[in-house]
Design a protein around this ligand. Sequence first.
Ligand code: XMP
Length: 312
Amino acid sequence: MEQFVRDQIKAIKEQVGETDKVLLGLSGGVDSAVCAALISKAIPGRLICIFVDHGFMRKDEPREIEETFSKMDLTLVCVDAEKRFLDAVKGVTDPEQKRKIIGKEFIEVFNEEAAKFSDVKYLAQGTIYPDIVESGDGKKGVVKSHHNVGGLPEKIKFDGLVEPLKTLYKDEVRAVGRLLGLPKAIVNRQPFPGPGLAVRCIGELTKERLDILREADAIVREEIGRLRRKPNQYFAVLTDMKSVGVKNDERTYAYTVAIRAVSTVNFMTAKCFPLSQIAIGRISKRITDEVEGINRVVLDVTDKPPATIEWE
Ligand code: XMP
């Protein structure tokens, strides 16, 4: 990994040259964070990080991202594009459609922001090896068009792409992050897909449904986060199914939320994580007590394959 970091720093310097600037999209995930650290080390002062808040971020995440990255040696731009993205996906329920629209919109916001920096020549991305494999190589069928591969338009207005992590698996990306001295909170952060909660909110994407999911997801992460032995990835999924329940002797008709928790080494395959009944019970009680709009909690017990980790 030391050699990898040295090689990549050299390669980035050679590709970008002495004066050009690089633009990077911060998603809030570990990949783009490590990518930012690596590139700013190679070309200090010449990396511009754009964080597009597409409205599909987890609870409190936009604020946390701003706090963390504004302390680093780079230029940070935060864009509030929630309304624009929600308008773009209005009425769309097909998973691949959602991914494609969000990916396209993301690049458009990017191009608009990039236009404000006339001297930016390169676009950097935190693409990692599984993103490329699972987006299809033309031989096998596409599993999912990943945000940072599928959404690229052909007439991109940059001289080139900087993708220093594209040969690495997730565990290797974390090792690079540790080597670069990134804080533990970032290096050990759970992976988060580019389209964010949009692929964990089955059915139509509305602010109201996303807010319900944000609250439920915060409880899942808080409760599982305090366990001594944790899954590698854990989150809530808001299904599009409503069912009948009862609260304070009144009938309810509300959404079902699913708990997803997996253990995995490289995210290409995964095992359902055996959460204790106590943890499951606590999560279920808290969600149904605290989150308006949910009256049923189920547990996803599927491995990958046959399921994928994300539901869409
Ligand atoms: P799946 O659902 O394909 O997910 O089993 C494997 C891992 O990849 C993450 N994931 C994404 N990461 N852009 C990303 O950067 C994406 O579009 C994307 N979709 C899924 C997922 O969270 C899991 O860790």
